[in-house]
Write a protein that binds this ligand. Sequence first.
Ligand code: C2E
Ligand code: MG
Ligand code: MG
Ligand code: MG
Length: 280
Amino acid sequence: AVKDSGRNGVSFFHSDMEERSLERILLENELKKAIQYEQFRIDYQPKLDLATGKVTGMEALVRWDHPELGRIAPNKFIPIAEETGLIIPLGEWVLRRGCEQNKHWQDQGYPPLKVSVNLSARQFYQPDLLDMISRILKDTGLEPQWLELEVTESIFADIDNAAAILQEIRNLGVHTSIDDFGTGYSSFSYIKNLPIDTLKIDASFIRDIHRNKESHAIVKAILTIAQTLNLSVIAEGVEIPEQLAVLNEDGCGHGQGFLFSKPLSSQDFENYLKDLPITT
Ligand code: C2E
Ligand code: MG
Ligand code: MG
Ligand code: MG
């Protein structure tokens, strides 16, 4: 009996593992094809100045609609792309497309906006990162101040290198922000001397900011630090007016979230721009 249950236990565990790695292998292969055949799209989510309500930029978020498997969430395929290195060609594609699209909107006469593109740690540490960014800016004609790169705190694992690379990005005239701020290696001492422009407060603190003292205290601490270090701040994941009210009261500069708009296809984002009230 012991032997049987042992065997069952092992075989159950085994098939579960097999299934997971099969899904993994499948996705990995599909991802390779998807990159080759450019099966990706980008959605754009507006970022707003909370004091004026004006749109100041948009985050480029990659989308993968697989012909048979349907929509696959970034949280599912980005980690695989990172582990396999496929994030290098994929990330380059997103950056190029995002810059191209932003330049196109500027050329059409919409108010100039900053496009934010997520950069994974693996991309960040590529030796040709700076060349790639410069080349894309040159090819697309987008001026560097209209590009922002979002990096996560994971790059701080190698703080000296991170600081040097961030400085080189700044020298290009491109902006940087720390995404999901507060969830990783974010000892405040790390950001003290880093050449970055913006802290992006993680959605987990915004979620209950209106009813949880601790979350609110963390957000206020981030705002104070940002002010002292002369960094701008954006709150991500703003979903309801109660959260916005607290952020406004605290003087948080910018916001992004479903309350303002979901991520939109490029066509819908363009319509969104068309529908904006004309202000000066
Ligand atoms: P992120 O960079 O922190 O992006 C914000 C995520 O929050 C997006 O999820 C966005 O759709 C979602 N979001 C925005 N507003 C709200 C809100 O009010 N409520 C809630 N619940 N969610 C909101 P998405 O598009 O699924 O992307 C997930 C993550 O995948 C991103 O998190 C980013 O880490 C990664 N990602 C997406 N596109 C790229 C890319 O092109 N390159 C890389 N390296 N990573 C990407
Ligand atoms: Mg981001
Ligand atoms: Mg984020
Ligand atoms: Mg994230």
